[in-house]
Design a binder for this molecule. Sequence first.
Ligand SMILES: *Cc1c(COP(=O)(O)O)cnc(C)c1O
Length: 365
Amino acid sequence: MEVPLFDTETPLRPLRARIVERVAAVIERGVFILGPELQAFERELAEYLGVRHVVGVANGTDAITIALRALDVRRGDEVVVPSFTFYASVEAIVTAGARPVFCDVDPATRNLSHETVKAVLTRRTRAIVAVDLFGSPAPVPELRAFGLPILEDAAQAAGASLAGRRAGSLGDAATFSFYPSKNLGCFGDGGAIATDDDDVADLARMLRFHGSRDKQTFEHIGYNSRLDELQAAVLRVLLPELDGFSAGRRAAARAYEAAGLGEHVTLPVVLAGAEPAWHLYVIEHARPEAVAAAARERGIQTRSYYQLPVHRQPAMRRFAIDTPPLPVTDELAARNLALPISPVLDEEQARAVVAAVAAVAAATA
Ligand SMILES: *Cc1c(COP(=O)(O)O)cnc(C)c1O
Protein backbone atom coordinates (compact mmCIF):
# COMPACT_ATOMS: atom_id res chain seq x y z
CA MET A 1 0.00 0.00 0.00
CA GLU A 2 1.41 3.39 -1.06
CA VAL A 3 1.00 6.05 1.65
CA PRO A 4 2.40 9.50 0.75
CA LEU A 5 3.63 11.88 3.47
CA PHE A 6 1.06 14.44 2.28
CA ASP A 7 -1.99 13.93 0.10
CA THR A 8 -2.87 17.36 -1.26
CA GLU A 9 -4.42 15.89 -4.40
CA THR A 10 -7.39 13.83 -3.13
CA PRO A 11 -9.03 16.54 -0.96
CA LEU A 12 -8.88 18.97 -3.91
CA ARG A 13 -10.51 16.65 -6.43
CA PRO A 14 -14.17 17.47 -5.65
CA LEU A 15 -13.34 21.22 -5.60
CA ARG A 16 -11.39 21.36 -8.83
CA ALA A 17 -14.26 22.38 -11.13
CA ARG A 18 -15.21 25.29 -8.84
CA ILE A 19 -11.60 26.43 -8.60
CA VAL A 20 -11.21 26.40 -12.38
CA GLU A 21 -14.43 28.41 -12.69
CA ARG A 22 -13.25 31.05 -10.20
CA VAL A 23 -9.80 31.28 -11.78
CA ALA A 24 -11.43 31.71 -15.21
CA ALA A 25 -13.56 34.53 -13.79
CA VAL A 26 -10.42 36.34 -12.56
CA ILE A 27 -8.82 36.00 -15.99
CA GLU A 28 -12.03 37.31 -17.56
CA ARG A 29 -12.04 40.31 -15.20
CA GLY A 30 -8.40 41.08 -16.00
CA VAL A 31 -7.49 42.43 -12.55
CA PHE A 32 -4.61 40.44 -11.13
CA ILE A 33 -3.09 42.44 -8.26
CA LEU A 34 -4.84 44.11 -5.28
CA GLY A 35 -8.34 43.53 -6.61
CA PRO A 36 -11.73 42.32 -5.41
CA GLU A 37 -10.73 38.65 -4.84
CA LEU A 38 -8.02 39.65 -2.38
CA GLN A 39 -10.34 42.09 -0.61
CA ALA A 40 -13.01 39.42 -0.27
CA PHE A 41 -10.53 36.76 0.90
CA GLU A 42 -9.05 39.12 3.50
CA ARG A 43 -12.55 39.80 4.84
CA GLU A 44 -13.48 36.10 4.85
CA LEU A 45 -10.28 34.95 6.56
CA ALA A 46 -10.60 37.73 9.17
CA GLU A 47 -14.14 36.57 9.89
CA TYR A 48 -13.02 32.92 10.12
CA LEU A 49 -10.24 33.82 12.55
CA GLY A 50 -12.31 36.27 14.56
CA VAL A 51 -9.88 39.17 14.02
CA ARG A 52 -10.42 42.67 12.65
CA HIS A 53 -7.84 42.62 9.86
CA VAL A 54 -6.13 40.31 7.40
CA VAL A 55 -3.48 41.58 4.98
CA GLY A 56 -2.57 39.25 2.11
CA VAL A 57 1.11 39.09 1.14
CA ALA A 58 3.28 37.10 -1.24
CA ASN A 59 4.35 34.28 1.11
CA GLY A 60 4.62 33.26 4.75
CA THR A 61 8.21 34.46 5.08
CA ASP A 62 7.42 38.01 3.92
CA ALA A 63 4.40 37.90 6.24
CA ILE A 64 6.71 37.49 9.26
CA THR A 65 9.14 40.21 8.12
CA ILE A 66 6.34 42.69 7.42
CA ALA A 67 4.44 41.83 10.61
CA LEU A 68 7.55 42.34 12.76
CA ARG A 69 8.14 45.74 11.20
CA ALA A 70 4.46 46.60 11.64
CA LEU A 71 4.86 45.66 15.34
CA ASP A 72 7.63 48.30 15.47
CA VAL A 73 10.53 45.87 15.75
CA ARG A 74 13.61 47.86 14.77
CA ARG A 75 17.19 47.38 13.70
CA GLY A 76 19.20 45.72 16.47
CA ASP A 77 16.18 44.69 18.54
CA GLU A 78 16.24 41.14 19.85
CA VAL A 79 13.41 38.79 18.88
CA VAL A 80 13.07 35.46 20.71
CA VAL A 81 12.28 32.48 18.48
CA PRO A 82 12.53 28.71 18.89
CA SER A 83 15.43 27.09 17.03
CA PHE A 84 13.29 24.00 16.37
CA THR A 85 11.23 25.45 13.51
CA PHE A 86 11.40 25.97 9.77
CA TYR A 87 14.35 28.23 8.87
CA ALA A 88 12.05 30.98 7.54
CA SER A 89 10.67 31.75 11.03
CA VAL A 90 14.15 33.02 11.90
CA GLU A 91 15.35 34.28 8.51
CA ALA A 92 12.41 36.71 8.40
CA ILE A 93 13.58 38.26 11.70
CA VAL A 94 16.97 39.01 10.17
CA THR A 95 15.34 40.42 7.03
CA ALA A 96 13.33 42.76 9.28
CA GLY A 97 16.67 44.06 10.63
CA ALA A 98 16.41 42.45 14.07
CA ARG A 99 18.57 39.88 15.90
CA PRO A 100 17.10 36.41 16.44
CA VAL A 101 17.67 35.00 19.93
CA PHE A 102 17.18 31.26 19.99
CA CYS A 103 15.18 29.53 22.71
CA ASP A 104 14.57 25.88 23.48
CA VAL A 105 11.19 24.14 23.34
CA ASP A 106 9.09 22.11 25.72
CA PRO A 107 9.79 18.35 25.35
CA ALA A 108 6.08 17.45 25.34
CA THR A 109 4.55 20.08 23.02
CA ARG A 110 7.76 20.86 21.04
CA ASN A 111 6.72 24.52 21.23
CA LEU A 112 8.38 27.39 23.06
CA SER A 113 7.09 27.92 26.62
CA HIS A 114 7.13 30.52 29.40
CA GLU A 115 10.17 28.76 30.84
CA THR A 116 12.19 28.47 27.62
CA VAL A 117 11.51 32.10 26.63
CA LYS A 118 12.34 33.42 30.11
CA ALA A 119 15.76 31.75 29.94
CA VAL A 120 16.87 33.98 27.03
CA LEU A 121 15.15 37.33 27.73
CA THR A 122 17.35 40.43 27.94
CA ARG A 123 16.81 44.20 28.22
CA ARG A 124 16.94 44.33 24.43
CA THR A 125 14.18 41.75 23.82
CA ARG A 126 11.54 43.49 21.74
CA ALA A 127 9.22 40.69 20.57
CA ILE A 128 8.57 36.94 20.64
CA VAL A 129 7.86 34.78 17.59
CA ALA A 130 5.61 31.98 18.86
CA VAL A 131 5.55 29.19 16.26
CA ASP A 132 2.53 26.85 16.29
CA LEU A 133 4.80 23.96 15.35
CA PHE A 134 3.38 21.09 13.29
CA GLY A 135 -0.12 22.63 13.70
CA SER A 136 -0.14 22.53 17.50
CA PRO A 137 -0.91 25.94 19.08
CA ALA A 138 1.88 27.61 21.06
CA PRO A 139 1.10 28.67 24.65
CA VAL A 140 0.58 32.31 23.67
CA PRO A 141 -1.61 33.17 26.72
CA GLU A 142 1.19 32.22 29.15
CA LEU A 143 3.72 34.29 27.16
CA ARG A 144 1.59 37.40 27.75
CA ALA A 145 3.16 37.68 31.21
CA PHE A 146 6.33 39.08 29.63
CA GLY A 147 4.46 42.13 28.30
CA LEU A 148 6.17 41.88 24.91
CA PRO A 149 4.51 41.91 21.48
CA ILE A 150 3.87 38.34 20.35
CA LEU A 151 3.91 37.37 16.68
CA GLU A 152 2.25 34.01 16.19
CA ASP A 153 3.81 32.12 13.26
CA ALA A 154 0.72 30.12 12.34
CA ALA A 155 2.10 28.93 8.98
CA GLN A 156 1.52 25.30 10.00
CA ALA A 157 -1.61 25.87 12.09
CA ALA A 158 -4.48 27.01 9.84
CA GLY A 159 -7.51 25.23 11.28
CA ALA A 160 -6.14 24.79 14.82
CA SER A 161 -7.49 26.45 17.96
CA LEU A 162 -6.64 27.01 21.61
CA ALA A 163 -9.34 27.48 24.26
CA GLY A 164 -11.89 28.19 21.54
CA ARG A 165 -9.76 30.81 19.77
CA ARG A 166 -8.37 30.15 16.33
CA ALA A 167 -4.65 29.77 15.76
CA GLY A 168 -3.84 33.02 14.00
CA SER A 169 -5.81 35.08 16.52
CA LEU A 170 -3.72 34.34 19.60
CA GLY A 171 -0.91 36.92 19.34
CA ASP A 172 -0.70 40.66 18.70
CA ALA A 173 -0.31 39.65 15.08
CA ALA A 174 -0.12 36.30 13.33
CA THR A 175 1.19 35.10 10.01
CA PHE A 176 0.13 32.38 7.59
CA SER A 177 1.73 30.66 4.63
CA PHE A 178 -0.45 29.35 1.80
CA TYR A 179 2.37 27.30 0.28
CA PRO A 180 0.65 24.40 -1.55
CA SER A 181 1.40 21.71 1.05
CA LYS A 182 0.26 23.83 4.03
CA ASN A 183 -3.14 23.08 5.58
CA LEU A 184 -4.69 25.98 3.67
CA GLY A 185 -2.61 25.94 0.49
CA CYS A 186 -2.98 27.86 -2.76
CA PHE A 187 -1.62 27.06 -6.23
CA GLY A 188 1.69 28.85 -5.81
CA ASP A 189 3.10 31.10 -3.09
CA GLY A 190 0.92 33.11 -0.75
CA GLY A 191 0.77 34.42 2.79
CA ALA A 192 -1.16 36.67 5.15
CA ILE A 193 -0.91 38.73 8.32
CA ALA A 194 -3.81 38.72 10.79
CA THR A 195 -4.25 41.25 13.59
CA ASP A 196 -6.81 43.05 15.74
CA ASP A 197 -4.64 46.15 15.86
CA ASP A 198 -5.70 48.88 13.38
CA ASP A 199 -2.25 50.50 13.33
CA VAL A 200 -0.40 47.22 12.76
CA ALA A 201 -2.78 46.37 9.91
CA ASP A 202 -2.42 49.83 8.39
CA LEU A 203 1.38 49.71 8.45
CA ALA A 204 1.45 46.12 7.11
CA ARG A 205 -0.83 47.18 4.25
CA MET A 206 1.56 50.01 3.38
CA LEU A 207 4.68 47.87 3.70
CA ARG A 208 3.39 45.25 1.26
CA PHE A 209 3.16 48.01 -1.37
CA HIS A 210 6.53 49.80 -1.14
CA GLY A 211 5.54 51.69 2.00
CA SER A 212 2.84 53.64 0.21
CA ARG A 213 -0.86 54.24 0.78
CA ASP A 214 -1.67 55.84 -2.55
CA LYS A 215 1.08 54.73 -5.00
CA GLN A 216 2.21 58.39 -5.14
CA THR A 217 3.78 59.13 -1.77
CA PHE A 218 6.24 56.60 -0.30
CA GLU A 219 6.48 56.86 3.48
CA HIS A 220 8.56 53.75 4.25
CA ILE A 221 11.12 51.48 2.65
CA GLY A 222 8.76 48.58 2.09
CA TYR A 223 8.39 45.52 -0.08
CA ASN A 224 6.63 44.38 -3.20
CA SER A 225 4.71 41.54 -1.56
CA ARG A 226 1.09 40.95 -2.48
CA LEU A 227 -1.21 37.92 -2.51
CA ASP A 228 -2.35 37.94 -6.13
CA GLU A 229 -5.94 37.67 -7.36
CA LEU A 230 -5.60 34.15 -8.82
CA GLN A 231 -4.31 32.79 -5.49
CA ALA A 232 -6.98 34.67 -3.54
CA ALA A 233 -9.66 33.17 -5.79
CA VAL A 234 -8.34 29.65 -5.11
CA LEU A 235 -8.15 30.32 -1.36
CA ARG A 236 -11.76 31.58 -1.30
CA VAL A 237 -12.89 28.15 -2.52
CA LEU A 238 -10.70 26.31 0.01
CA LEU A 239 -11.30 28.37 3.18
CA PRO A 240 -14.86 27.05 3.75
CA GLU A 241 -13.40 23.52 3.55
CA LEU A 242 -10.65 24.14 6.12
CA ASP A 243 -12.58 22.96 9.18
CA GLY A 244 -13.54 19.76 7.37
CA PHE A 245 -9.92 19.20 6.33
CA SER A 246 -8.75 19.77 9.92
CA ALA A 247 -11.34 17.34 11.29
CA GLY A 248 -10.00 14.77 8.80
CA ARG A 249 -6.44 15.35 10.02
CA ARG A 250 -7.51 14.90 13.64
CA ALA A 251 -9.41 11.72 12.70
CA ALA A 252 -6.22 10.40 11.07
CA ALA A 253 -4.28 11.10 14.29
CA ARG A 254 -6.95 9.26 16.27
CA ALA A 255 -6.70 6.33 13.84
CA TYR A 256 -2.96 6.12 14.59
CA GLU A 257 -3.65 6.05 18.32
CA ALA A 258 -6.43 3.48 17.93
CA ALA A 259 -4.04 1.29 15.90
CA GLY A 260 -1.63 1.26 18.87
CA LEU A 261 1.03 3.67 17.64
CA GLY A 262 1.65 4.86 21.22
CA GLU A 263 2.97 1.40 22.18
CA HIS A 264 5.95 1.84 19.87
CA VAL A 265 6.85 5.55 19.74
CA THR A 266 6.47 8.82 21.66
CA LEU A 267 3.26 10.46 20.44
CA PRO A 268 2.82 14.23 19.99
CA VAL A 269 1.26 16.05 22.96
CA VAL A 270 -0.84 19.22 22.67
CA LEU A 271 -1.69 21.89 25.22
CA ALA A 272 -4.81 21.45 27.35
CA GLY A 273 -7.69 23.06 25.45
CA ALA A 274 -5.92 22.85 22.09
CA GLU A 275 -7.41 21.45 18.89
CA PRO A 276 -4.35 20.78 16.72
CA ALA A 277 -4.49 21.01 12.92
CA TRP A 278 -1.74 18.37 12.39
CA HIS A 279 0.09 19.93 9.48
CA LEU A 280 2.67 17.26 10.29
CA TYR A 281 2.15 14.27 12.56
CA VAL A 282 5.55 13.93 14.21
CA ILE A 283 6.53 11.11 16.53
CA GLU A 284 9.79 10.46 18.39
CA HIS A 285 11.80 7.27 18.26
CA ALA A 286 15.34 6.31 19.30
CA ARG A 287 16.09 5.19 15.69
CA PRO A 288 14.00 7.29 13.32
CA GLU A 289 16.12 6.24 10.32
CA ALA A 290 15.30 2.56 11.02
CA VAL A 291 11.58 3.38 11.16
CA ALA A 292 11.90 5.41 7.95
CA ALA A 293 13.61 2.46 6.22
CA ALA A 294 10.95 -0.03 7.36
CA ALA A 295 8.24 2.35 6.17
CA ARG A 296 9.95 2.92 2.81
CA GLU A 297 10.09 -0.86 2.21
CA ARG A 298 6.31 -0.89 2.56
CA GLY A 299 5.73 2.10 0.26
CA ILE A 300 5.14 4.52 3.15
CA GLN A 301 6.77 7.96 3.03
CA THR A 302 8.15 9.54 6.21
CA ARG A 303 10.55 12.43 6.83
CA SER A 304 12.58 13.81 9.70
CA TYR A 305 12.31 17.59 10.08
CA TYR A 306 14.78 20.25 11.19
CA GLN A 307 17.60 17.73 11.75
CA LEU A 308 20.00 20.69 11.75
CA PRO A 309 18.14 23.12 14.01
CA VAL A 310 18.19 26.76 12.91
CA HIS A 311 20.78 27.89 15.48
CA ARG A 312 23.21 25.37 13.95
CA GLN A 313 22.66 26.54 10.35
CA PRO A 314 25.71 28.11 8.64
CA ALA A 315 23.89 31.40 7.89
CA MET A 316 22.96 31.82 11.56
CA ARG A 317 26.48 31.53 12.99
CA ARG A 318 26.76 35.19 13.97
CA PHE A 319 23.43 35.10 15.83
CA ALA A 320 24.13 31.79 17.58
CA ILE A 321 27.36 32.70 19.38
CA ASP A 322 25.63 33.38 22.71
CA THR A 323 23.00 30.68 22.32
CA PRO A 324 22.84 28.57 25.48
CA PRO A 325 22.63 24.78 25.11
CA LEU A 326 19.21 23.82 23.69
CA PRO A 327 19.05 20.17 24.78
CA VAL A 328 15.42 19.53 23.90
CA THR A 329 15.92 21.03 20.43
CA ASP A 330 18.92 18.77 19.81
CA GLU A 331 17.09 15.72 21.07
CA LEU A 332 14.05 16.40 18.89
CA ALA A 333 16.30 17.02 15.89
CA ALA A 334 17.79 13.55 16.38
CA ARG A 335 14.61 11.65 17.24
CA ASN A 336 11.73 13.12 15.23
CA LEU A 337 9.96 11.47 12.34
CA ALA A 338 6.88 12.76 10.51
CA LEU A 339 4.41 10.03 9.58
CA PRO A 340 1.92 10.45 6.72
CA ILE A 341 -0.99 12.76 7.53
CA SER A 342 -3.74 14.32 5.44
CA PRO A 343 -7.47 15.05 5.64
CA VAL A 344 -8.14 11.74 3.89
CA LEU A 345 -5.69 9.31 5.56
CA ASP A 346 -7.91 6.35 6.48
CA GLU A 347 -7.85 3.65 9.14
CA GLU A 348 -6.38 1.02 6.82
CA GLN A 349 -3.48 3.31 5.93
CA ALA A 350 -3.00 4.18 9.60
CA ARG A 351 -2.79 0.47 10.47
CA ALA A 352 -0.23 -0.11 7.68
CA VAL A 353 1.94 2.74 9.03
CA VAL A 354 1.71 1.42 12.60
CA ALA A 355 2.64 -2.08 11.38
CA ALA A 356 5.80 -0.65 9.78
CA VAL A 357 6.71 1.16 13.00
CA ALA A 358 5.98 -1.94 15.07
CA ALA A 359 8.28 -4.05 12.88
CA VAL A 360 11.24 -1.89 13.92
CA ALA A 361 10.30 -1.89 17.56
CA ALA A 362 10.04 -5.69 17.46
CA ALA A 363 13.36 -6.03 15.64
CA THR A 364 15.19 -3.91 18.22
CA ALA A 365 13.41 -5.20 21.33
C1 LIG B 1 6.17 27.34 5.64
C2 LIG B 1 6.60 28.10 6.84
C3 LIG B 1 7.03 29.43 6.77
C4 LIG B 1 7.29 30.13 5.47
O1 LIG B 1 6.24 30.19 4.59
P1 LIG B 1 6.52 30.43 3.02
O2 LIG B 1 5.17 30.69 2.46
O3 LIG B 1 7.15 29.19 2.48
O4 LIG B 1 7.42 31.61 2.89
C5 LIG B 1 7.31 30.09 7.94
N1 LIG B 1 7.22 29.48 9.14
C6 LIG B 1 6.84 28.19 9.25
C7 LIG B 1 6.74 27.58 10.61
C8 LIG B 1 6.53 27.45 8.11
O5 LIG B 1 6.18 26.17 8.23
